[in-house]
Ligand binder design. Structure first.
Ligand code: PLP
Length: 445
């Protein structure tokens, strides 16, 4: 595609802005090569040093990657708002879209009654002087953490899990530092790490969480932070088991050079027990979002950690965004305290479990070993992602290519079960089996 996009500019800043705008518009797609430095310098009538400087700046910002003689290419997930079309095939009109990774809108608790109750009791508007993390929210969050074995002496609130992770990484790491992440892992996290000028080191993940050997290798490679998804790992559905947690705690014990971050984004929706690593290292944080059980638009997560880590996150927020709106905090508190909402969340969790387990079983009946222990996604290994995504689209299903989530992991596709009903599962499993083995037995399958 790169040959169709003419990079322009006579200064390094203008050249890098032109490449960035090509990426944003989707004219330079992930993986597309940029012109060779000398060739582009010749075309634009500038010195090779000017083009090299533009490429260097794009590299530092995580937009492009240079791989020796393979030249410079657009990163698989450049940290600018690219059109979705540049990242994944667009859902064909009329197909069922299982590619999004969003919670099921039908299962989110209604906010109306809680907003009405808040409106009745809100009282004097909160100003700069009295805005803070609400003590009542802290108390309830602490109880909930304690019930799950997370030591939550120090606690603050962020604008969601990803905001918390960004603040943690920014507070502890410097550009160029390496972060160990699950491979496959959450695409937004990989984008965030690149946007912060950090590097990723992939750690293989199985159904019980990140592998011990993978974490050991990442430590040897000098990573300064490790991000572990506690449950409902995106995209594989892995959940850290008791045995894996014990082994990882032993491996990480006392590592003063590492920031340990746990992301419990599924929280109450994950129906497996939590086995936290919290406290294994001197610097740690445990982030729990309300997005999946209660709604992504609440933009709130609670973050527990050691005293210095929480103080850094809260202190930095104070000189920036300030605080998470007390209106949102009160709304979350109201949802947490409401037994009827707790029942809705339990039913939602059942609904996800049934669809996810049902899909994994239906695939097993076709001889396909899919992953999906917890959460809202199923990860299906395939021999060729493009073939599988295209065949499924032709059969009426849009799914996400695994390339969005993988570093070195094997090809797969990710399916989000939220839009599905149980009645859909046999047809979907059949379509997946055909897409995965289009010519099994030498005949159309
Ligand atoms: C692993 C993981 N963490 C966090 C989130 C979202 O968290 P938040 O909305 O609180 O930023 C997601 C959403 O899909 C996720 O998959």
């Amino acid at each position: 595609m790169a040959e169709h996009y003419q990079v322009s500019g006579s200064t390094s800043a203008a050249i890098s802005a032109s490449v960035e705008s090509g990426i944003r518009a989707g004219a330079l797609a992930p993986g597309d090569p940029l012109p060779a430095v000398r060739a582009l310098a010749g075309q634009l009538g500038v010195s090779p040093a000017t083009v090299a400087k533009a490429y260097q700046e794009l590299r530092q910002r995580g937009l492009v990657v240079t791989a020796g003689r393979h030249g410079t290419r657009v990163r698989p997930r450049p940290p600018v708002a690219t059109r979705r079309t540049a990242l994944a095939p667009p859902p064909r009109p009329g197909t069922r879209d299982l590619s999004a990774g969003h919670p099921d809108q039908r299962l989110l608790p209604p906010l109306g009654p809680h907003l009405a109750a808040l409106a009745a009791e809100i009282g004097t508007p909160t100003g700069y002087a009295d805005a803070a993390v609400l003590p009542d929210l802290v108390a309830v969050a602490r109880e909930r953490f304690a019930a799950d074995g997370v030591p939550a002496g120090e606690l603050t609130v962020t604008g969601g899990a990803l905001d918390g992770i960004e603040r943690l990484l920014a507070a502890h790491l410097r550009p160029g530092d390496a972060v160990a992440v699950e491979d496959p892992g959450w695409a937004n996290l990989l984008d965030l790490i690149a946007a912060l000028g950090l590097r990723t080191v992939g750690v293989p993940v199985d159904d019980e969480g990140p592998s011990v050997a993978g974490v050991r290798a990442a430590l040897t490679a000098g990573v300064r932070a490790l991000v572990v998804t506690s449950r409902a790992q995106n995209p594989t559905g892995a959940a850290v088991s008791a045995e894996r947690a014990a082994a990882l705690r032993t491996l990480l014990a006392g590592r003063a050079d590492l920031l340990l971050i746990e992301d419990d984004h599924a929280a109450e929706l994950a129906r497996v027990p939590l086995h936290p690593l919290a406290g294994a290292t001197p610097a740690w944080a445990f982030v729990r979002s309300v997005s999946k059980p209660y709604g992504p638009d609440l933009r709130l997560a609670v973050l527990a950690g050691d005293e210095a880590t929480v103080a850094r996150v809260a202190g930095r927020a104070r000189v920036g965004a300030g605080w998470v709106s007390t209106v949102l905090q009160r709304l979350v508190l109201s949802l947490w305290r409401d037994p009827a909402t707790a029942e809705l969340v339990r039913r939602a969790a059942d609904g996800y479990d049934r669809r996810r387990d049902g899909l994994v079983s239906a695939l097993a009946a076709h001889g396909l070993a899919a992953h999906g222990r917890t959460g809202i996604n199923v990860w299906v290994p395939v021999p060729d992602e493009t073939v599988a995504v295209t065949a499924l689209r032709d059969a009426g299903w849009s799914v996400a290519p695994g390339g969005l989530y993988r570093i070195a992991a094997a090809p797969a596709v990710r399916l989000t079960v939220s839009p599905l009903d149980e009645a859909d599962l046999p047809a979907l499993a059949d379509a997946l089996a055909r897409a995965t083995h289009p010519t099994r037995g030498g005949a159309p399958y």
